[in-house]
Design a protein around this ligand. Structure first.
Ligand code: C5P
Length: 243
């Protein structure tokens, strides 16, 4: 294949120019990073699992009418996506306290929240993606109030879908992060789900045992990350149940 133009290289993915204008190829690497890349490793096969899992979640969302950037999977590690203008926010939805929220508020991890809570971090690695209030987002022009209303509605739809799918296979959706991008269609701007949805960007706990099946396995040295992601993929039927 002819060498493609690299558009962007991130910690876990690479974006190349796509075959048509307005498309990109998203390549999933095996690199795992945590704590703003202070902890790094290469986990053989992680990229393959995340490519399949992100395809599974994005196509499921599209089936229920939630727009995403996903067009089609190209091969084991690559998918064709729509080019978007990324909103510089990490949109986090939490159903149970964990991670930074549990630390900040002194809550025990796993405490059920009164309702799903949506929060925003400003996407900037050099600052460690700081949590920001809506007031900052609007004042600095990263998004408008209308965008934020739309993003919250989108994030809650993703939450309902993901929590339901996960519950069906005995997994609790503790929290997750999405990124959102702008596309223009007939002069109208639309916000769609972009980036990836995978166990790298979710907290997934077994309903019975609270066993962690997500990137906390890597962050906290809890075992083999591939085993955890493979378990998620098998339960969802993305990989054969055995073998
Ligand atoms: O670390 P924290 O508790 O704020 O993370 C909340 C959720 O967002 C977790 O599921 C985590 O994996 C995800 N996240 C992410 N990328 C970041 C920060 C958080 O995917 N840069």
């Amino acid at each position: 294949m002819a060498r493609r133009k690299l558009v962007y290289e991130g910690k876990a993915k690479i974006l190349y120019e796509g075959p048509e204008p307005g498309t990109l190829v998203q390549y999933f690497k095996d690199d795992a990073t945590a704590f703003n890349a202070e902890k790094k490793d290469v986990i053989d096969g992680k990229g393959v699992l995340n490519n399949r899992l992100s395809e599974f979640f994005m196509t499921g969302l599209q089936r229920i009418g939630v727009p995403t950037h996903f067009i089609k999977r190209l091969n084991m590690r690559e998918q064709l996506i729509r080019q978007v203008e990324i909103v510089p926010l990490e949109v986090i939805v939490r159903n149970f306290a964990a991670g930074t929220m549990a630390q900040r508020l002194g809550l025990e991890e796993g405490t059920a929240l009164p309702r799903p809570i949506v929060e925003f971090s400003y996407k900037d690695d050099s600052l460690g993606d700081p949590l920001v209030p809506e007031e900052y987002i609007i004042a600095f022009g990263w998004a408008t109030q209308q965008d934020l209303d739309d993003i919250v509605a989108l994030a809650l739809r993703v939450n309902d879908f993901m929590a339901g799918v996960m519950h069906g296979v005995g997994i609790k959706l503790v929290d997750f992060k999405i990124e959102v991008g702008r596309v223009w269609e007939n002069d109208f701007m639309r916000l769609i789900v972009a980036d990836e949805i995978s166990p790298d960007s979710c907290r997934l706990w077994d309903i019975e045992t609270d066993r962690k099946l997500d990137k906390d396995v890597f962050r906290r040295d809890l075992g083999d990350l591939n085993d955890a992601y493979t378990e998620v993929a098998r339960r969802l039927g993305v990989l054969p149940k055995s073998g």
